[in-house]
Design a protein around this ligand. Structure first.
Ligand code: PMP
Length: 314
């Protein structure tokens, strides 16, 4: 099943009317940027909660700036448009939201400046992103992560995702669930579409922002939860490939993958070979947070529908 509507050229239209030309610059040259956002259905409240909506659009506006795109919308405007779209869709299940800003000029010639831009948004019902999210078997990719001085990974640029696609297809076609990608210096960068954390001797470690990662919103959520809820502040430092093999736990974070345990890397068992206690605890906490069940983090969850009045007992 797919969504029935899209925000396209300034208004919400039927999904079949949201079409672009083969001449579109972004289609030919990868000159777009996007976001991936999740909406979680909360059955008790009969409510859809969108997780960290504003932060996703703030990141998107930064990606746009990298590409010399000047959108006529603020993060607040885009959040409101997304809520409108989700109300029209009326989902009563988890959903994925995909905003895309793209160079819409229909001309031949590679450049970024002086071109027209458009933004579209669509949504779709969505469940699990990676198979085996409770125990992924992964490989270190033979492909390297794009470098900040060639294609900045910090911008969520459509063309850059060919780099992720190389790594993901290599992993899947070799029978693994995911890839871990090293950067040009040989340090661990991230997964094909997720950030990575390891646990070594009771310390949670994740690569720093200068190791060519996408600065994930789930990454920052997890870092905050580790510090505030688990009493285990996360260390940001470069990680060697061989540290992966000796780690007690390894897990991925991302909007799509949420929190997924890695149990095997390059045929070597990670820790006990099963999801470890840190990943398991974080997963439970994260699922409560995204469904709006933890009051301290409820501000991260934007409700889509008007609250349903709870009947008062007679
Ligand atoms: N790295 C890459 C390359 C990604 O595509 C994603 C998914 N957006 C992430 C990390 C995780 O980012 P986030 O937690 O913001 O979804």
């Amino acid at each position: 099943m797919k969504g029935q509507f899209a925000f396209f050229k300034g208004q919400i239209v039927g999904i079949e009317d949201a079409k672009i030309s083969v001449r579109t610059h972004a289609l030919n040259y990868g000159t777009g940027c996007f976001e991936g956002i999740r909406g979680y259905w909360n059955d008790e409240e009969q409510q859809m909660l969108v997780f960290r909506l504003h932060e996703h659009f703030e990141r998107m506006i930064k990606s746009c700036a990298l590409l010399f795109m000047d959108l006529p919308y603020s993060a607040d405007d885009l959040s409101r448009i997304t809520i409108d779209l989700l109300r029209r869709e009326g989902y009563r299940e988890d959903a994925y939201i995909r905003p895309l800003a793209y160079k819409s000029d229909e001309m031949i010639g590679v450049r970024l400046h002086g071109l027209k831009d458009e933004i579209s948004i669509f949504a779709t019902p969505f469940g699990q992103y990676v198979d085996n999210e409770e125990g992924a078997r992964v490989m270190v990719s033979s492909w390297r992560r794009v470098d900040d001085n060639s294609m900045p990974a910090r911008g969520k640029i459509t063309g850059t995702y060919v780099n992720s696609a190389f790594a993901k297809s290599e992993a899947l076609m070799n029978g693994y669930d995911e890839a871990i990608v090293l950067n040009q210096n040989g340090h661990v960068s991230e997964g094909s579409a997720e950030n990575i954390f390891i646990v070594r001797d009771g310390v949670i470690i994740t690569p720093p922002v200068f190791d060519n990662i996408l600065e994930g919103i789930t990454r920052s959520t997890v870092m905050q939860l580790c510090g505030e809820r688990l009493g285990m502040p996360v260390q940001e430092r470069s990680i060697d490939r061989s540290e992966l093999y000796g780690a007690d736990e390894v897990f991925f974070t991302g909007t799509g993958v949420q929190i997924a345990a890695v149990v095997e890397i390059d045929k070597r068992r990670v820790g006990s070979g099963r999801m470890g206690p840190v990943a398991a605890g974080l997963r439970d906490l994260y699922f409560d947070v995204v469904r709006g069940r933890v009051p301290a983090y409820r501000h991260w969850c934007t409700p889509v529908f008007e609250p349903v009045a709870v009947p008062t007992p007679a």
